[in-house]
Every structure is written in structure tokens, then in C-alpha cells.
Design a protein around this ligand. Structure first.
Ligand code: SF4
Length: 270
């Protein structure tokens, strides 16, 4: 179903680098790219296609080429999250090095959190070390090979993401595992914790947001994993499942920054 997608690059000049956000745990977001070549089928940022009418999610990227300059001039107080509608280390970054340039020019006193699904993040360890307060997160999940090929076709595989967390830890950079999306029958949270706890500073957990995951993903889940679909689309069943997983998390004795449930609210544990 998924081949290598031709990617349309749209170069723009942005008006500002940092945007205020209501994303839990952050005051501002920074997106040097809009759009993402990783093309995850469930991506919650797909809604951007409404404003950027360039085709299917994953087939275009808006590149804010003046962001390295802008970021030099803008000062912000609070926590900055990179990125909310793109992955800062999607494949095009290897060629453009835009994320790297933005980081190099950014005020190193900014409290920065970066989240990615790519082991390319390790390239910028030298720049991360210049920041006073930085946290680097890798999204991890243990979808099997066939599932990953269908719903997360172009990101690093889970093993590489775990290895990246380990390297960051060994390099003395604060890291976190973002366990997401948690889907009954597809994600084994207990196994992920076991595999990562010795080199992970803290965790975020996020259950699937079915509503934001889009029609195509809903259809895919319904057809291929009908039992999982039944659970996630039934409020009492999903609540029961969440309670079981939250219980596993609580008993694991790990540091948890938050658990995002989406039904109906957001839970923070500190
Ligand atoms: S890596 Fe993140 S931003 Fe990119 S497609 Fe996947 S979920 Fe969306």
C-alpha cells in the first residue's frame, strides 16, 4: 500500500518562530517544518491539510527557511516544545539541516523539549549539550513489523528509537520515552517499560485519540483489528482498559510526567 512518496517542498518565510500553545507541559511550540514525511496513518496533525492544500499528508512539507534567523531575534520565557505539526528529524532534515540551524541559533537558556520518531536526533547531541535545560523524547511503541509498515511507514523502527534513548542517556542528556499511541491489542506498555527503564529518565504515556486519528486509520483498525476497534470506540470498555494500563504504570515505579487519556481529560502525575 505504501511506496516511497514523492515529496513536494514548499519554501516559505515565517513571521515568527515561537507560537503560544495550550499543549500540556509547554508554553510555546516551534515548527520549522509543517507536514511530515513519516506519514503516520493516525497522525493527529493531518488536519493541517485543510490549510495547506498540497495533497495527502506525508506528500508535502512546508519549510520555514528563515527560522534560523528569526529564532536569533526572539526571546521567550517558559517551556518550548519542538514540534507539534511535524517531526523535526523527518528524512528531509538530513539534507536541509534546518532543525540543526534553528537549534544552533536558539537562546541556550530556553527550556526546550524535543520529540521525534527518528534516530537522526543523535546527530545533534553536540548542540543539545549547549542548552542549560533540554529534554529529548523518542516516541516508542511496539507495533509489530507488519503493522508498523502500514501505519508508521517511514520512521525509525522501535529498536532504533530505544537505542537512541540509550545513547542520549549515555551522553548525559535528559531523555524521555513518549509511549504512544497506546492501542489495546497492539501496544504492550509493560514490555516497553521493561525494555527502556534502565536508560530512560521519565515517561509520557498517551492513549490513542480515536477522533483525531482520522477516517483512514479508523477504517484500518476496524478492518484489521476489530476487537481493538470495539474497545477504543466503546467508552466503558476503553475506560476499563485504560484503568488496567494506568495500574501497570503506577506499579512500575518509574518517573511519569503525564498520562494523556483524551477520554475525557488529561491526567498529570508528577
Ligand atoms: S512522526 Fe509525528 S508528526 Fe510525523 S506523521 Fe508521525 S505522528 Fe505525525
Amino acid at each position: 500500500m505504501w511506496g516511497l512518496i514523492y515529496v513536494q517542498i514548499v519554501r516559505i518565510h515565517a513571521k515568527r518562530a515561537f507560537t503560544p500553545t495550550k499543549i500540556p507541559g509547554a508554553d510555546y511550540v516551534i515548527n520549522q517544518y509543517i507536514g511530515c514525511q513519516h506519514a503516520c496513518m493516525y497522525c493527529y496533525a493531518r488536519f493541517m491539510c485543510k490549510w495547506y492544500n498540497y495533497g495527502e499528508w506525508g506528500s508535502w512539507i512546508v519549510v520555514k527557511e528563515n527560522l534560523p534567523k528569526l529564532v536569533k531575534k526572539e526571546k521567550v520565557k517558559g517551556e518550548v516544545y519542538m514540534s507539534s505539526v511535524s517531526d523535526p528529524y523527518q528524512p528531509i532534515e538530513k539534507q536541509l539541516e534546518l532543525t540543526r540551524a534553528v537549534l544552533q541559533n536558539m537562546d541556550k537558556n530556553i527550556k526546550l523539549g524535543i520529540l521525534t520518531k527518528s534516530s537522526m536526533v543523535l546527530r545533534d547531541i553536540d548542540v543539545f549539550k549547549q542548552f542549560k535545560d533540554i529534554e529529548i523524547g523518542l516516541t516508542v511503541n511496539n507495533f509489530n513489523k507488519d503493522i508498523k509498515k502500514e501505519i508508521e511507514p517511514f520512521s525509525s523502527d522501535n529498536k532504533k528509537r530505544l537505542e537512541a534513548l540509550k545513547v542520549l542517556h549515555e551522553e548525559g542528556i535528559k531523555n524521555y520515552a513518549f509511549v504512544s499511541p497506546i492501542i489495546p491489542g497492539l501496544t504492550d506498555v509493560e514490555k516497553l517499560i521493561k525494555e527502556s527503564r534502565s536508560f530512560t529518565d521519565f515517561y509520557w504515556f498517551e492513549f490513542l485519540n480515536l477522533r483525531a486519528s482520522g477516517k483512514q486509520f479508523k477504517q484500518w483498525l476496524k478492518q484489521n483489528w476489530p476487537e481493538s476497534y470495539k474497545k477504543v470506540s466503546d467508552k466503558s470498555k476503553i475506560k476499563e482498559y485504560m484503568n488496567k494500563v494506568i495500574d501497570i504504570i503506577r506499579k512500575s515505579n518509574i518517573s511519569v510526567r503525564g498520562i494523556v487519556t483524551h477520554y475525557p481529560n488529561f491526567v498529570i502525575l508528577k
